[in-house]
Design a protein around this ligand. Sequence first.
Ligand code: AR6
Length: 178
Amino acid sequence: MKIEVWQGDITTLEVDAIVNAANESLLGGGGVDGAIHRAAGPQLLAECAALPELRPGVRCPTGEVRATAAYNLPARHVLHTVGPVWNDGTRAEPELLANCYWKSLQLAESLGLHSIAFPAISCGVFGYPLHQAAHIAATETLAWQRSHREPQRIILVAYNAATFKAYQSALAALGQPV
Ligand code: AR6
């Protein structure tokens, strides 16, 4: 078993779940969030808007995850998680980012899913340094795969070549053969 690394558009993947790098409102945005909502169609926004607010404007706190259907996407489910905004690394950013990966995998397992694809959570608008984020993504997904049966297929999706390389070197440094 290996963590897969794939370069391309996450909205094209036929997997049980794609993960969305959302914000706490779950009402859409730019980046991968915008791409997922465009490809899924307006029903996705309607389902997100109907999720309960924990506080005004907060349907999913940072580091947590919520599941919806995937509508017009080829995936079956969307797991919406909210990565931390990078500040200076002392505001629990690493723990919060690790939670995004681990809790998404827990939710996927509880839904009985076999395959899941992650974008580079927090690495765009939220400004997380790429190599530090890749190390966390690799650490959490490898630790999960080494201790759980499902989801058996875990894909780290890189939208560009720099992210692809960062994932490959992070996985290699943690002992996954390239
Ligand atoms: N497929 C795969 N990866 C993508 C795609 C795509 N179609 N599009 C972008 N990426 P970002 P964040 C990569 O900014 O940093 C939104 O407005 C992108 O290159 O989407 O967690 C939300 O609503 C980058 O590597 O997410 C939030 O407000 C990675 O996805 C905020 O942005 C994440 O970049 C979240 O910021």
